[in-house]
Design a protein around this ligand. Structure first.
Ligand code: C2O
Ligand code: CU
Ligand code: CU
Length: 499
């Protein structure tokens, strides 16, 4: 009983009733007390419950320990266009198996873009189109989705819209949206969780038209950091099983375990992205303040000082950290509640003419809607008996449209996580749009949630209301929990934007 509960709370939903058999009774008061806390001061309880023990139903043992700070964190290379025309850059990407060094001195087989566990970074600019030709060098059909992008449905990486092995296809990204830290990843039906886990992800950094005049830290001082977790066996192979989340105990930053990263004693812009399938990172920087300047959809209206940044799967936070007060030789550790993630080693001084302006970027004006109006109710719940995960009581069906939305309209959605009994957090990601968070159970959104978002954490037993304006594109787009074992288990639905 306890094992089954752990399995589900660990995010590992097996399909087809593998989990099923016994109806679980509601949990006792201790468990309930752990609910609703993952965003609060005691948030670490719920987190620890999912990860605190390695026994349970997860197969095998956790990864062998790796001493932290032994390897240097790489910065993913920036992809060079194969052609550039007046208003479009064309890129070429190979999706291929690769053998890469993740753990020190050991090769690990991954499925990746361009031969790495972290794909190359695409740097794009608002108002300038990008076309990427993806060539599938794998033995299976896959696709690519641009998470956070406003793109036509035919270029969105729909789960059934796949590139067969040996074939290639073009995806077109108009980039008619404000600058933001976007990312690309696989979205193959029922296989996205394993594919993303094995390396099918990379950054897509969209620079806003007027961003340079802000003089935020740039070039080598603007560093994307992809966080995830993994389970390695003794030979360094990546172990994947949906129910194995408790054993994914190796934390990776840009694909290396708890690395160090040499920095100069000056300001940096770090773009933090959580690509893990289940883990929510609760990040603190050794007591230093992180100045959050951006979220999923790009710059916030104004910087916000944070002691802790919480990132559920798929979410991004851009923070500026100023190491100017640190002595040369100083070390600053970025910690998750489960352990260190990354250490910044201050190795040199440096001139710094960057700044963090008090005003960053105005948000698009909100159409005024009657307060308290809610257009759609979205519920998130796992089914312990069937081993399925539901949105509004249903598993994903590509032949069913769950929400019809009028092009250009503005709607308020209330997203409610009904998994109070098992204290299981979810989040919700909407394709196509960036939305605003209106409230959490009637209370104002958290610091750092005042900007544009495409993914929102919905802790067990809570509701979040979001306001979404749908643009010009027509067609079918997904919304789903970005804890990818949950979306594979059915916690995914689709909206159709109609004229
Ligand atoms: Cu990160 Cu359906 O996407
Ligand atoms: Cu997406
Ligand atoms: Cu979920």
């Amino acid at each position: 009983m306890l094992n089954r509960r752990r399995l589900l709370t660990a995010g590992g939903l097996a399909l087809g009733g593998v989990v099923g058999g016994t109806l679980l009774l509601p949990q006792n008061g201790t468990t309930r007390a752990a609910a609703n806390t993952s965003l609060g001061a005691h948030g670490h309880m719920a987190h620890g419950m999912a990860y605190g023990t390695a026994h349970g139903t997860a197969p095998g043992r956790p990864s062998p320990p790796v001493a932290p700070f032994r390897v240097r964190m790489p910065v993913p290379r920036v992809l060079t266009p194969v052609a550039s025309h007046r208003d479009v850059d064309v890129y070429q990407q190979d999706i291929q198996p690769a053998s890469v060094e993740m753990l020190p001195g050991i090769r690990t087989e991954v499925l990746g873009y361009g031969g790495g566990f972290v794909g190359p970074t695409i740097r794009a600019r608002s108002g300038r189109r990008v076309v990427v030709r993806y060539r599938n060098g794998l033995d299976r059909a896959v696709n690519t989705h641009l998470h956070g992008g406003h793109v036509a449905a035919s270029n969105d990486g729909y789960p059934m819209d796949l590139i067969e092995p040996g074939r290639s296809r073009y995806y077109e990204y108009p980039n008619n949206q404000p600058g933001a830290t976007l990312w690309y990843h696989d979205h193959t039906h029922h296989r996205e969780a394993e594919h993303v886990y094995r390396g099918m992800h990379g950054f897509y950094l969209l620079e806003g038209e007027d961003e340079r005049r802000l003089r935020l830290p740039s070039k080598e001082y603007d560093v994307p950091i992809m966080l995830t977790d993994a389970h390695f066996n003794e030979n360094g192979a990546l172990i994947y099983a949906p129910e194995d989340t408790p054993n994914r105990n190796t934390l990776l930053a840009n694909g290396r375990p708890q690395p160090y990263f040499p920095v100069a004693a000056r300001r940096y812009r770090f773009r933090l992205l959580n690509v893990s399938n289940f883990r929510t990172f609760h990040l603190r920087l050794d007591g230093m303040t992180m100045t959050q300047i951006g979220s999923d959809g790009g710059l916030l209206p104004a910087p916000v000082n944070r002691d802790e940044v919480v990132l559920s799967p798929g979410e991004r936070a851009e923070v500026v950290v100023d190491f100017a007060g640190c002595p040369i030789g100083g070390k600053v550790v970025l910690n998750d509640v489960s352990g260190p993630v990354l250490r910044f080693d201050v190795v040199t001084g440096a001139a710094d003419d960057s700044r963090v302006p008090d005003v960053l970027r105005p948000l698009p004006a909100l159409p005024s809607l009657p307060a308290g109006r809610t257009d759609r109710e979205i519920t998130l719940k796992v089914d312990m008996v069937r081993g399925a995960a539901y949105i509004n009581g249903k598993v994903f069906d590509p032949d069913r449209v769950d929400a019809r939305v009028r092009r250009g309209s503005t709607e308020v959605w209330r997203i409610t996580n009904l998994d109070t009994d098992i204290a299981l957090d979810h989040n919700l990601h909407l394709h196509l749009v960036q939305f605003r968070i209106l409230d959490r159970d009637g209370a104002p959104p958290l610091p750092g949630e005042s900007g544009l978002k495409d993914t929102v954490l919905v802790p067990a037993g809570t509701s979040v209301r979001i306001q979404v304006t749908f643009g010009d594109f027509l067609g079918r787009y997904l919304y789903h929990c970005h804890m990818l074992e949950h979306s594979v288990g059915g916690m995914m639905a689709q909206m159709e934007i109609v004229a």
